[in-house]
Structure formats: structure tokens, C-alpha cells
Design a protein around this ligand. Structure first.
Ligand code: AMP
Ligand code: GLY
Length: 421
């Protein structure tokens, strides 16, 4: 099979690494890819959201299967466009991707099927939203969320009423995130431990992957600003099988059934962002794609063929397609540019990469890197994902941090507490 992978981050490097191991993979292209993906695939300079260019490329190059990393192209209808062109695409249709594309849609669907989630209300007018907040804060702190696509920047967890009012002003009046903030969802704040539960779905059947814990804050002990993710690990000692069963039974299965019933069946990865509160799962959000950096720990542990799973998700045959994961542990540490998630320099040479990648039970997935004059240099905020594998979480953690120690670039920063807390 000739495969086109859309995207160019650490998630896509991990997917590319796994796709290459499939007996079905004859040729792999990536749009746009990065310096790490370039070692496995032919990279083509097409942006993930350039839908007509991607379709034209896929036709010209006789692509049999398209695998999509980021959400934006899916929300914009890339899977529909590929299907119209007769090309198989692993990922939800535009209508199904609304589960991530509109927070109001997702919350209303959760409410309709009785999936546990925080109480909420939807607003199109800032004054009504503010009046609701003034009333609600008498009892409960809230989270203010832009309804539309906001690249992970649309949720404001507010300690005080004044912060929540500012969030409404920023989103709805100043339009700080553009049209994404024209409508907001306001929900009660939940407390507990977060967990990412990624499932592969074929319209009817949903198979869960091992749950992953993601670290969103920039600094140790969950201090500092929110980022795209500074690391993650799996398995989770605090996610017993009964909890996963409850999440599937109460959240994932009813949502998948409701999407089918609406005539917009869900095919692809359905990522449920959950809060575990009093040992019960509550839905914070749905994403319509693989997580980043969750994928960097899941792909190394996936024993089944990813191409076969992708085809089964498209064709509706997951019930007959086993998905097996190793019982080992994996820990991912993100190496970020100095200053990230604020401004940072790029073009800085990275040293020690080949040494680190030769260590046993270590994989290095590139995020923001590029080739420059024969050298790999930094090209983004999150630069590298260093993954350690081990029989226990402690071993996996030790392997990851051993590799981190041999890598260096100017200003490099990372969290030292991944998989510790
Ligand atoms: P979302 O974009 O909906 O995933 O929200 C981003 C992040 O905000 C989540 O990963 C949580 O850390 C936090 N968050 C979202 N909703 C809530 C909530 N109801 N209570 C507490 N934290 C939340
Ligand atoms: N790790 C968070 C996300 O992929 O949205």
C-alpha cells in the first residue's frame, strides 16, 4: 500500500515509525513531515490544511490510504474530500469531527446520551454569559471554553469570578481567538486526576488503547503556563480495568451509538479527555484524532499492525480485528526550546541525537526539527520526544531520562517529574 501521512509533529513521527513496520506499507509520504519523519518517509511540502492540494497529491501518487494526525484538516473535511476522490482515509468525516470542532455540540451529545460530564450552559451573547457566571460562582467555580477550534488554547479554568468574566470578555468581545469564541460553553469546574482514553472506532465498535496521563504545565509539580504537553506515561496505576469499563460503558459506547444514529457514524480515533473524580470518569472533552504526546507512548507498545487497524476502522470490521498492546510501560519526556510556550529561538543545533537513539529501550520522535546544512536543528517549541520503554514505569522512566542526559541544545528545557507524580 502507498500511504500518505498528514502532519509533521512528534505524534506523526510516532505514527510514521509504526506504519513503516507494517507488511502492507510499500511507500510512505508525509505532508509536511519533519527531520525525523524524513528518515522514514518522503516528505512533501504541503500544509495539513491544504485539502485540495492533498487530494491532488494523493491522486497523482496513487495513494491507497491517508492517515491524518492533526484535528484541523479533519474538522475542515479532509476525510470527506479523500473519500469523494475514492481514497481511503483514516479519520472522521467533517460531521463526526464536530465532537472536537464544537464544544457545544459535544456537550449536548453527552447530555443527550447521559454520559457523565460537568453541568454546563451555552452562550452566544457575552452579557448573558456574564450574568450566568455571577450567579454560578456563588456556588461553584467554572471553566469558560471557546466553542470552536482553538488549538488547545480555548479552555480557561478560572479560580475566581473576575478571571471568568475576563475570559468571556477576551473570547466573546475582544475575539482573542477569532470566531472560535463567538459562542462559549461555561461548565462547572471538576476536580480529580486527568486521563486520556484513546479508542479506535469503526462506526460501531470502539476498542480502547491503554489510558495515558499527559502533563500539560511547563514546569515541574504542575507549575507554569499550559503547553501542548510536556510528557506522558502509560500504564496508569490508578486506572483499574473497572474504571476503563465504566468509561466505555457510560461515555464512549453511547456517544459512538448516538453518532451512528444521527447518520454521522464515527470512524477513526476517538480520544476522550476524562477527569476521574471519586473513582468515576467524567468527560472533559473529545478529540477527533490521536493525542500528542500520548501517541508517542502508545505506538511503541502497540503490537498489532496499525495499517490493518486503520483499514478496519474505515471498513467497519474492528470487531474481527484484534488490537494488542504490550504490557510493558512507556514514558515520554518532551524537550522544549527555552522560553516555550512563550517566544523562543529556532535554528539551534541539536547534539547527541544519534548517541541517545542507540541506547536500549529508547526511541526518539522528532517534533519541531529540521535539517539545515547537514545538521538537525531546532524548528519549534516542542523539539523532541524522548521515549523510554521498560518492564516497569520506574525502568521506563530511567531509560527515558538516561537518553535525555545525552541530548543537548541551547536553552533546552524539560520536566524532571514525568511519571513520578
Ligand atoms: P479542553 O480543551 O476542554 O480539553 O480543556 C483543556 C483542559 O482544561 C483540560 O485538559 C483540563 O485540564 C482543563 N479542563 C477542562 N474542562 C474542565 C473542567 N470542567 N474542570 C476542570 N478542568 C477542566
Ligand atoms: N495531549 C493533548 C492533546 O493531544 O490534545
Amino acid at each position: 500500500m502507498r500511504i500518505l501521512l498528514v502532519g509533521g509533529g512528534g505524534r506523526e513521527h510516532a505514527i510514521a515509525w509504526k506504519l513503516c513496520q507494517s507488511q502492507h506499507c510499500e511507500a510512505l509520504y508525509a505532508a509536511p513531515g519533519n527531520a525525523g519523519i524524513a528518515q522514514l518517509a518522503e516528505c512533501v511540502p504541503i500544509a495539513p490544511t491544504a485539502i485540495s492540494e492533498l487530494v491532488a497529491f494523493a491522486k497523482q501518487n496513487a495513494i491507497d490510504l491517508v492517515v491524518v494526525g492533526p484535528e484541523s484538516p479533519l474538522i475542515a473535511g479532509l476525510a470527506d474530500a479523500m473519500r469523494e476522490a475514492g481514497i481511503r482515509c483514516f479519520g472522521p468525516s467533517r460531521a463526526a469531527a464536530q465532537l472536537e470542532g464544537s464544544k457545544a455540540f459535544a456537550k449536548q451529545l453527552m447530555q443527550q446520551v447521559g454520559a457523565p460530564t460537568a453541568p454546563f450552559a451555552v452562550f452566544d451573547d457575552p452579557e448573558t454569559a456574564k450574568a450566568y457566571l455571577r450567579n454560578r460562582y456563588a456556588e461553584h467555580p467554572c471553566v469558560v471554553k471557546a466553542d470552536g477550534e482553538a488549538l488547545g488554547k480555548g479552555a480557561f479554568v478560572c479560580d475566581t469570578l473576575s478571571d471568568a468574566l475576563d475570559a468571556v470578555e477576551f473570547l466573546m468581545v475582544e475575539r482573542g481567538l477569532g470566531e472560535a469564541g463567538a459562542r462559549v460553553v461555561i461548565e462547572d469546574r471538576l476536580y480529580g486526576r486527568e486521563m486520556s482514553l484513546l479508542c479506535i472506532v469503526d462506526g460501531q465498535t470502539a476498542l480502547p488503547m491503554p489510558p495515558v496521563r499527559d502533563y500539560k504545565r511547563a514546569l515541574d509539580s504542575d507549575r507554569g503556563p499550559n503547553t501542548g504537553g510536556m510528557g506522558c506515561y502509560t500504564p496508569l496505576p490508578d486506572a483499574p480495568p473497572a474504571l476503563i469499563e465504566a468509561a466505555l460503558h457510560q461515555i464512549v459506547h453511547p456517544v459512538v451509538a448516538a453518532m451512528a444514529q444521527r447518520g454521522t457514524p464515527y470512524h477513526g480515533i476517538l480520544y476522550a479527555g476524562l477527569m476521574i473524580s471519586n473513582e468515576q470518569p467524567y468527560t472533559l472533552e473529545f478529540n477527533c484524532r490521536f493525542g500528542d504526546p500520548e501517541t508517542q507512548v502508545l505506538m511503541p507498545l502497540l503490537e498489532s499492525d496499525l495499517v490493518e487497524l486503520a483499514l478496519a476502522s474505515i471498513e467497519g470490521t474492528l470487531h474481527a480485528t484484534p488490537m494488542r498492546f504490550s504490557s510493558r510501560a512507556a514514558v515520554c519526556v518532551v524537550l522544549a526550546s527555552g522560553g516555550y510556550p512563550g517566544s523562543y529561538r529556532t535554528g539551534l543545533p541539536i547534539e547527541g541525537l544519534s548517541q541517545a537513539s542507540q541506547l536500549p529501550d529508547v526511541l526518539i520522535f522528532h517534533a519541531g526539527t529540521r535539517q539545515q546544512e547537514g545538521q538537525i536543528v531546532t524548528a519549534g517549541g516542542r523539539v523532541l520526544n524522548v521515549v523510554g520503554i521498560g518492564d516497569t514505569l520506574a525502568d521506563a522512566r530511567a531509560n527515558a531520562y538516561r537518553a535525555v542526559e545525552s541530548i543537548h541544545f541551547e536553552g533546552m528545557h524539560y520536566r524532571t517529574d514525568i511519571a513520578l507524580t
